[in-house]
Design a protein around this ligand. Structure first.
Ligand code: MN
Length: 500
């Protein structure tokens, strides 16, 4: 996996793109990380602020056990090492929406260590992406500058809300991979119920690290572990959509290549993305860890728990998207791509399994990902609003399988059900509308004879150009309203036209 993927052409040579993401995911919990105030979204300004969140003198933080459990759950979902001993540190900086004057975070000893997940890209390839760590920390409040011309306001509702910062290794090599990773992280936390993944409400955002290096350097980094080969990176803060993530990586890669090729150097800086222009701009020059004067928070004991507790949590995990994907590949014989498309959303996976149960899995997958997803997409509907139930789609597939209808007629019946023109059992719809496939060879022969008699020239031609027999097949299908059994039609035509 270390050979160059997706090289970008420059005027001086080929470049490789290197991407790492720091995803901030808000823990799904009732209360904040160190106080009993509500963590719910959407309250009025400063309604969910305890004395701890407002950093009143003498207030002491108390760890929320449920948030710790959620972090462990997420770590397990990332196939990562759970550290039974970890510690909270103060990250010191001044900002009006940070009343403590520091953020309680984890620095040297995070609760979750290294892990690995899989991403799928459009080429069908599955790529492993390393997880560096996951740590727990508090969110800050929010400054509001646009309510009055000469005043600023602060809303501390978010102050103290639990965040998980999930840091990847620099293993992504293109905009597509960066977007696929972000999307996968969201899928995993949603399956686990540890974060709602709602980016519009700020429950999830990513800091996107991008650098470029001459082709071949990534391999050297792999061999030596030396980051110098990867080039200087920039960090674009708070990217809150998967599409923007893609745009940031594309834009930054090109911008950096241009600078380097014209003899410049990349500044290690922190950037903001402007969705209106699709460009990044400087926010501040990048600070280093030592600027924050990290030190262990003296108000909190180290976080210690037992392996038994971790095992208990592990036993309670639902089937995760990647496990489901691999099961779909094995059980139903699906391709990695189809399996991953179906496994990534719980409701879609459940629908597919209901259709595929006891049937040809591949055929079921084709109908669900092709016909159904296509129609839902067009109608701007979610799987939960599908006008066709899994039971109906399953019955429709049974009708194809037992030869009652052709695939083409099945599509017509599907459309009738999807548009609400027909409801109920597809078998009844087929019966009622007289759509049953004609397998009676005598009836088909009659139609074939008529068509040959009416088109002697074409019939003569077919003997020299057997491929033109398709035209006759089309004619027969048209005459029979698509109901003739295609196999029978082909056989009879071949015989009558003398095609080998
Ligand atoms: Mn952070």
């Amino acid at each position: 996996m270390s050979e160059p993927r997706k090289l970008l052409k420059g005027s001086t040579g080929d470049w490789e793109v290197v991407v790492g993401l720091e995803v901030h995911a808000q823990v799904s919990s009732k209360a904040k990380l160190f106080s009993g105030a509500s963590a719910e979204y959407g309250a009025g300004p400063n309604e969910n602020v305890s004395l701890v969140d407002a950093a009143m003198p003498g207030m002491l933080p108390v760890i929320n056990k449920f948030c710790v459990e959620q972090a462990i759950r997420t770590g397990l979902g990332l196939n990562a090492k759970i550290n039974l001993w970890s510690r909270f540190d103060r990250k010191n900086y001044f900002y009006p929406d940070l009343p403590q004057g520091y953020q309680i975070s984890q620095y040297k000893d995070p609760i979750v260590g290294e892990g690995e997940i899989e991403i799928e890209v459009e080429s069908g390839e599955t790529i492993p992406i390393g997880i560096e760590r996951l740590h727990l920390e508090q969110d800050a409040g929010k400054s509001i500058h646009d309510l009055a011309p000469n005043e600023s306001f602060v809303d501390l509702n978010r102050s103290g809300v639990a965040l998980m910062e999930i840091v990847s290794k620099p293993d992504m090599r293109s905009a597509e991979e960066g977007a696929a990773y972000f999307s996968k992280i969201r899928t995993i936390v949603r399956h686990l119920g540890t974060c709602d993944g709602n980016m519009e409400e700020g429950s999830m955002r990513a800091d996107v690290n991008v650098s470029v290096c001459p082709a071949g350097n990534y391999q050297k980094y792999r061999e030596t572990g030396d980051f110098k080969y990867l080039g200087t990176r920039t960090e674009t803060k708070n990217v809150n959509s998967i599409r923007f993530t893609r745009q940031v990586i594309d834009y930054e890669a090109r911008r950096q290549i241009e600078i380097l090729e014209s003899g410049g150097t990349i500044d290690q800086e922190t950037l903001l993305f402007d969705p209106a222009t699709g460009e990044t701009r400087t926010m501040r020059s990048k600070e280093d860890a030592h600027d924050y004067r990290y030190f262990p928070d003296p108000d909190l004991l180290p976080l210690e728990f037992s392996q038994e507790w971790v095992d208990e949590i592990k036993a309670s995990l639902p089937e995760l998207p990647d496990q489901k994907k691999h099961r779909f590949m094995e059980e139903y014989g699906l391709s990695a791509y189809d399996a991953s498309v179906l496994a990534m959303h719980r409701a879609q996976a459940a629908y597919f399994e209901a259709v595929a149960n006891g049937r040809d899995g591949k055929l079921a997958a084709n109908w669900v990902t092709g016909e159904l997803f296509g129609a839902l997409n067009k109608a701007d509907k979610e799987i939960g609003d599908s006008p066709i139930s899994a039971g109906q789609l399953g019955s429709l597939i049974d009708l194809i399988k037992d030869g009652t209808i052709s695939g083409k007629i099945a599509k017509d019946v599907f459309a009738l059900m999807f548009d609400g023109e027909e409801t109920g059992d597809p078998a009844d719809i087929v019966e009622k509308r007289g759509l049953k496939q004609v397998t009676d060879t005598g009836a088909i022969e009659k139609v074939v004879d008529e068509i040959i008699a009416a088109n002697p020239k074409q019939a003569e031609q077919v003997k020299e150009k057997p491929k033109t027999m398709g035209w006759f097949v089309g004619q027969v299908m048209q005459k029979t309203g698509g109901k003739a059994n295609p196999q029978a039609v082909n056989e009879i035509l071949r015989k009558k036209l003398g095609v080998e």
